[in-house]
Design a protein around this ligand. Structure first.
Ligand SMILES: O=C[C@H](O)COP(=O)(O)O
Length: 234
């Protein structure tokens, strides 16, 4: 499993990088679960990391606005993100999801076909009346997306495992792989979730709170990133 760590600025990105994260994921929690950070922050992180890890950037928790999302996706790609991560928040139908992801993917790939698009659904989709993540792999594959993900929409400390059990997350993982996609699982994951995550076998796990010592509003700690890397590799 690769480890995606979500810093909010250059200083935290350097800590995540030194700690051994596989992907450095720039976000802005003030604007939501997948809140977008500023282009200059993405650029600063890219420069600070100097190619040691790929950079990911979240572009927001979106409602059905393919044009807005496409422009944001291009902005993140131009700023230097290697992975462009978009949240399907207030998107309720498969048709909406397909249209949305097709346009976002085109915006990114027309600019640079080597960049990867990550489509994120939400494990707590019922709380926000959004589309089930289990519907995403087939839609995302058809739209040309590279990675499907689940995260929690509402960051109130409740974990993805409180909304989707091992069986459902395994199904999500298997569906992604059957459609030729990578998959990622995130959402208030904890060190004690690692054995179950190993059984599920996602390609990537995404964390912030876990490597901040439990409170995602505090800063990322290098020793916790190192501990996570060691436990994932064990
Ligand atoms: O992409 C991963 C998220 O930033 C996870 O954040 P969290 O572990 O605090 O829920």
């Amino acid at each position: 499993m690769k480890l995606l760590v979500s810093p909010i600025n250059k200083e935290e990105a350097i800590i995540a990088s030194r700690g051994g994260a596989d992907i450095v994921d720039v976000k802005n929690p003030k604007e939501g679960s997948l809140g977008a950070n500023f282009p200059w922050i993405i650029r600063e992180v890219k420069e600070a990391i100097e190619g040691r890890q790929p950079i990911s950037a979240t572009i927001g928790d979106f409602d059905y606005k393919p044009g807005t999302a496409s422009l944001a996706a291009l902005g993140a790609a131009v700023a230097g993100a290697d992975y462009i991560k978009v949240g399907l928040y207030d998107i309720q139908t498969e048709d909406q999801a397909f249209e949305f992801l097709t346009k976002v993917t085109r915006a990114v790939k027309d600019y640079d076909s080597t960049k990867k698009v990550v489509a994120s659904g939400y494990s707590d989709y019922k709380r926000i009346n959004s589309i089930s993540p289990l519907l995403l792999p087939s839609i995302a594959a058809e739209a040309g997306v590279d990675v499907v993900m689940v995260d929690t929409a509402i960051k109130d400390g409740k974990s993805t495992f409180e909304f989707m059990d091992e069986k459902e997350l395994k199904k999500f993982t298997d569906l992604a792989h059957e459609h030729g996609l990578e998959n990622a699982i995130a959402g208030s994951l904890k060190f004690e979730d690692l054995p179950i995550l190993e059984r599920i076998g996602p390609d990537i796990i995404g964390v912030r709170g876990m490597v901040c010592g439990g409170d995602r509003r505090t800063a990322i700690r290098q020793e916790l990133v190192e501990k996570l890397v060691a436990e994932v590799q064990a």
